[in-house]
Ligand binder design. Sequence first.
Ligand SMILES: Nc1ncnc2c1ncn2[C@@H]1O[C@H](COP(=O)(O)OP(=O)(O)OP(=O)(O)O)[C@@H](O)[C@H]1O
Ligand SMILES: [Mg+2]
Length: 556
Amino acid sequence: MEAIRYENSEIDERIIRAVTEIGYEEMTPIQQSAIPALLEGRDIIGQAQTGTGKTAAFGIPLVQMIDPEDERVQAIVLCPTRELAIQAADELRRYAKYLPGVKVLPVYGGQDIEKQIRSLRGKVSIVVGTPGRVMDHMRRHTLKLEGIRMVVLDEADEMLNMGFVEDIETILAGVPENHQTALFSATMPDEILRITGRYQKDAQMIQIERKELTIPLVKQYYYEVQRQNKEEVVCRLLDYYNPKRSLIFCNTKHMADVLCENLKGRGYFADALHGDLSQMMRDKVMNSFRNGTTEILIATDVAARGLDVDDVEAVFNFDIPQDVEYYVHRIGRTGRAGRKGRSFTLVVGREIYRIRDIERICNTQIKPRMVPSVADITQAKASQIFDQVMEVISNNDLSSLQKKVEDKIEEENITAMELCAGFLKLHLGDDMEEIPAENYIEEMRKKRAERKGGRSGRRDDRRGDDDRREGKGRRRRQTDEDVLDMMREHRPGKRKSDKAFDKKSDKKSDKKFEKKGSDRKRSDKSEKKSKGLFGKERTFKKNDIDKKTGKAKKWK
Ligand SMILES: Nc1ncnc2c1ncn2[C@@H]1O[C@H](COP(=O)(O)OP(=O)(O)OP(=O)(O)O)[C@@H](O)[C@H]1O
Ligand SMILES: [Mg+2]
């Protein structure tokens, strides 16, 4: 479908000016469909893949419908996490930059309530909040709902799930009857679609047609590993792919903390984000991640949904997520707004079946990969250094330095090649020297021959077709176990951290985000639901929904 430019739409030109300044040139498909429907006053369910601009799809009509003369709160956006409430409020403010009188206030737990109360006494047009804190203000009568004309549930399937649904119902019960309700998410399981009718009137369903539930721009890989080697594998992948920014998801707060400490100990710029941290700490961590001071954010599912941070090039599932929706949202933190990304999922033993579930339900492919060897990493690091050097050569006049190099070569009676190799070693650091590449290859060969009676390449099919090393004949036939056995022999000092990983994972959970219930049960259900997740873009009324199946009976 041909994209409509913002200039031709019904959007207020002051909002167009604001979003053009942000860099939006044309509407994304969900914006194309959802904005006119919301401006018409309809209730909608908007489903589109992660990172495709759902915030502006509801945010633009929302700021446009605000009456600047009305002093009351006129709209409320509910988000599942504090970070998301802050982010969505910032976005709405950006769209409303040239709309005087449109005031947006984020309200969330952990922030000084007195301060929020003082802000609510002033003029606030749109409240963006987490359900708990919004209810708190309702009880205290510091948030009055009688002026509300629109309610948005961002991450609607999460908000209407077990952890939040009662809070949402309490809030909606206090909102005037004739309000408009918009539900948005990248995932909309059937069991949730079945109940949305309770909260909406004649809802228009806007689903953006896609073959897969995940973003094709994200290349998805998995690695079969032993539990005690997970940390080593993550480090190797970080070193090999050298992502600008990465997010590593763990299933428990404890694991996130342990991994964070260990990665910091190995010299990575890492921080942990989870529900046990103070709000001040959470804000600090998010800010450092956004401004690039922290390159690696290790988080629980509290960071899985909605967060939009530039240049997250890789997402790691250190622990495989406990349901398919969370896989979709987690890996959706990369590959946003048309950019590319990679996701790496570590799989231990029988967890491989979960990969198969995810592939089937999301209609996607997660490719098996081998853990890069130390030699691969050395090679990758050398390439990175060479790339930087080539940039320096093309952007600078090096003639005066060249003279110094010539003098040194003559003085020491060495070749230019030797000098360059010396510089390279200096930059690669000692770490990479632990297993000299030649010995490594030789030892590997012997080991493989011993173990498999000369058979090799058992997992040759694991060679992906698009690895950046591939095609250059560098990748050898190894198994993860081979590589890791070798590492154990050559890096005895690095093993102490493994102990922490052997401990059984933390039983305590991040209230809403360390999962509930059995994922096996869920995945059976989700299989059915997946068929209906991404059909054609379609429109139907509430009455058109089959009460039993929750699916549309007829399409317009
Ligand atoms: N029309 C547009 N043109 C260019 N970039 C856009 C456009 N609309 C949104 N973006 C950018 O795309 C990125 C993703 O947007 P957004 O966070 O709204 O995605 P989302 O669909 O809500 O994803 P998720 O499901 O993960 O919450 C943001 O950085 C946003 O600024
Ligand atoms: Mg979003």
